[in-house]
Design a protein around this ligand. Structure first.
Ligand code: BGC
Length: 712
């Protein structure tokens, strides 16, 4: 039967046509199928594909619990049997109730393990499918320009190359199970409180060399969608920015997937469609009827609508036609044993050992009684409570992990609420572990009261609706230091005279200057996911050696970081940040990018670099010179001649992770693409490869490298 406003002939025709490709069908026929859909769809239906629908109603029905169901995020013509894109967020797991909660993205950045990230992506793809989702927002790759950024935990770190490799590994993993991945937030979204208003200014070199290349890396790897950022770039909101969405994304990079907005405040004018935004999410607030009217009045050409629909349909059809690697996606895939093991593997590989005077590893024979201090030791703390929140079936806290490992009576707990009592607890033990850092209150997505994505209840729980007066949570950090009471707790632990280990739980750099003296070991665990406590016990007691590396620079002085103002209306993102800024200004960091100790030592031998056709082939032998089996993270940096234009002193261009037994060696090979040596000429608006002598530095940290030179 024809719908209310549909000509009977179209509806009848539509009944006869099978529009959706089936799994394993010939992908060459997808183009025809797209044409047929466009020929049958009305203008309203096409514009309908260009928005999400039903989000606000769904949130209301689900007591405002974010992630209670997949959200319709564009696409879909019900009459023609075209399904919508069904969205779930990430990035620390599928944000539906009960999913596996992995360590946060920044923690996974510290693994420098693209293979692991790809496997985690596959697990998320499977869990998304098992929960009815076809579209994932798990790939977040905004560059960490300043560690105060509230959502630092959702990204991989400060280095564009590393961001690109890790983001691509995650996105292609998700897509392996035919869930469309989107890469977010395009672009320069690395301030939280001001995210809806700030105008981020950046010049051409900064854009192309620093803030955008990781997006290109992910799209070149096949990620099929892009989510725009809330902020403005060079004067225009990203969701309606023709320079970003058309000139760079389409004309320069040749991207042919679809682009959608961030949620609710992602686009402000209907012309966003002409600028290159294909979908407004999560509701048709700006597109919808206004876009239909704009087309009818001639203000926007219908071809703009057709172009967006083509991009959406072509992507959907491509994914729909591909065979699935699994015969089915039953619900018992969700947080299954394999995925929980993966969460544990990631938690073990991400922890970064920042200091160790020999206190670690602890031994079971020497530690009869362990004092575990800190409120954060005893709470489930997997990260912020914003859109990336995952509600796993359980979380192993640090305290629970240590009690499981050592036995309940061997672990005593105290916290900063009663420092005297905590000090006495410390004195009664053989060693003291102090767990410090942050929670969703101090850093995270900035959630104002009326949104309440982080509400602590499940669908159906009788909790009251939050009101607009609810206290906001998260946002950019106001300080890079630990809260004073936690510093007091560390001092109290030190005063006990027992070996002290400090574990830092946070999404990015934390200053250590005010308390590090006299501490035996410092371990950065990040928000370590549902298996974090289990991993922590295994790391501390040497069942596995720490092997994570810092994906950002930890300063001695906060003034060494670039300027940051969390309330800024306008901010200039210059070219220099992170280790390139520290190198250029000869600032000594407390811990350099790529730093991280191990229970063993590695040495590097026989470094060579030779010119291949499109890449420089770098090779080195790594040897485990210590007594513990452990993973080495091998990093390869490039130093350009920097005569034609000033370049950073060094830039990461490859990394790998190898497991080595004591005395074992391994050959590690890197292929550094010649294209990755280029710089952006902002006068000619193109990339240039400088000729001359390049140096290639390889090692286990950005500040401890062996070098070789090559004429390029
Ligand atoms: C966040 C996005 C997220 C979206 C949907 C927004 O508030 O900025 O990262 O994907 O919500 O959850």
């Amino acid at each position: 039967m024809a719908g209310k406003n549909e000509p009977a002939s179209i509806a009848a025709d539509a009944d006869a046509v099978d529009f959706m490709p089936t799994r394993g069908s010939d992908p060459d026929k997808n183009g025809d199928a797209v044409d047929r859909v466009l020929a049958h769809a009305t203008l309203e239906e096409k514009v309908g594909m260009m928005s999400g629908h039903g989000f606000f109603a769904a949130l209301g029905e689900d007591d405002r619990v974010w992630g209670a169901r997949p959200y319709r995020a564009g696409g879909g013509i019900d009459r023609l049997g075209i399904p919508p894109l069904l969205f779930t967020d990430g990035p620390r797991g599928v944000t539906r109730v009960g999913s596996t909660c992995f360590p946060c993205t920044m923690a996974r950045g510290a693994t420098f393990d693209a293979d692991l990230e790809h496997r985690i992506g596959q697990a998320m793809g499977k869990e998304a499918r098992a929960q009815g989702c076809s579209f994932s927002g798990a790939v977040c790759i905004n560059l960490l320009r300043h560690p105060a950024w509230g959502r630092a935990q959702e990204t991989y770190g400060e280095d564009p190359w590393h961001l690109g490799v890790m983001g691509a590994a995650m996105g292609t993993g998700i897509q392996a199970h035919n869930v469309i991945a989107t890469v977010k937030h395009f672009a320069l979204n690395s301030m939280e409180n001001a995210r809806f208003k700030v105008d981020v200014r950046a010049d051409e070199r900064s854009l192309h060399e620093v803030y955008l290349p990781h997006f290109k890396h992910c799209l070149d790897a096949g990620i099929a969608s892009v989510m725009t950022a809330y902020n403005k770039v060079n004067g225009e909101y990203c969701g309606q920015n023709p320079f970003l969405l058309t000139q760079i994304l389409r004309e320069e990079w040749g991207f042919d997937g679809f682009v959608h907005s961030d949620w609710v405040r992602g686009v402000y004018k209907v012309d966003g469609a002409a600028a290159g935004l294909d979908i407004e999410n999560p509701e048709p607030q700006i597109f919808g009827e206004k876009l239909v009217e704009a087309v009818r009045s001639g203000a926007i050409e219908e071809s703009v609508v057709d172009r967006a629909c083509r991009r959406i349909l072509a992507t959907q059809f491509r994914f729909a036609a591909r065979p699935d690697p699994l015969p089915g996606y039953p619900s018992d895939l969700i947080a299954n044993e394999e995925h929980r093991a993966l969460a544990l593997e990631a938690a073990e590989k991400c922890a970064v050992l920042l200091e160790n005077d020999g206190t670690l590893p602890l031994s079971r024979t020497n530690i009869r009684r362990l004092a575990v201090l800190g409120r954060l030791a005893a709470i489930e703390n997997t990260g912020d409570n914003g859109s990336s929140r995952v509600r796993p079936p359980y979380v192993v806290t640090p305290l629970a992990g240590l009690r499981d490992f050592l036995g309940i009576d061997a672990v005593v707990h105290g916290d900063e609420d009663d420092i005297e009592a905590a000090a006495a607890t410390a004195r009664s033990a053989d060693a003291v572990l102090v767990v410090v850092g942050y929670t969703a209150k101090e850093e995270g997505e900035y959630i104002i009261g009326d949104i309440a994505l982080g509400a602590d209840r499940k669908p159906g729980d009788p909790a009251p609706r939050p009101s607009i007066s609810d206290v906001p949570i998260g946002g950019d950090r106001v300080s890079l230091d630990l809260p004073p009471v936690q510093i007091d707790l560390i001092h109290a632990a030190k005063a006990s005279g027992k070996p002290v280990i400090v574990v830092i739980v946070a999404g990015s750099a934390v200053m250590v200057e005010r308390w590090r003296e006299g501490v035996g070991a410092i371990l950065m665990s990040f928000y370590a996911g549902m298996e974090g406590g289990t991993a922590l016990a295994r790391l501390l007691f040497g069942e596995v050696s720490p092997s994570g590396k810092l994906p950002f620079t930890v300063a001695r002085d906060t003034d060494d970081y670039p300027f940051f103002d969390r309330d800024a209306d306008t901010i200039d993102y210059g070219y220099w940040h992170g280790y390139s800024k520290f190198d250029r200004e000869r600032l000594t960091p407390r811990y350099a990018f790529g730093d991280g100790l191990s229970y063993t030592r590695f040495s590097y031998h026989g470094l060579t670099a030779r010119r291949g056709t499109d890449a420089i082939e770098v090779e080195v032998s790594v040897r485990n010179d210590g007594k513990w089996p452990a993973d080495a993270v091998v990093q390869c940096y490039v130093c350009a001649p920097g005569v034609d234009a000033e370049r950073p002193i060094k830039l990461l261009r490859a990394f790998d992770r190898v497991h080595l037994r004591p005395s074992q060696s391994a050959q590690v090979q890197f292929s550094v693409p010649l294209d990755s040596l280029r710089w952006r000429d902002d006068i000619a608006h193109r990339w240039r490869l400088e000729r001359g002598t390049y140096r290639f530095g390889v090692g286990g940290s950005s500040n401890e490298l062996v070098y070789t030179s090559l004429e390029v």
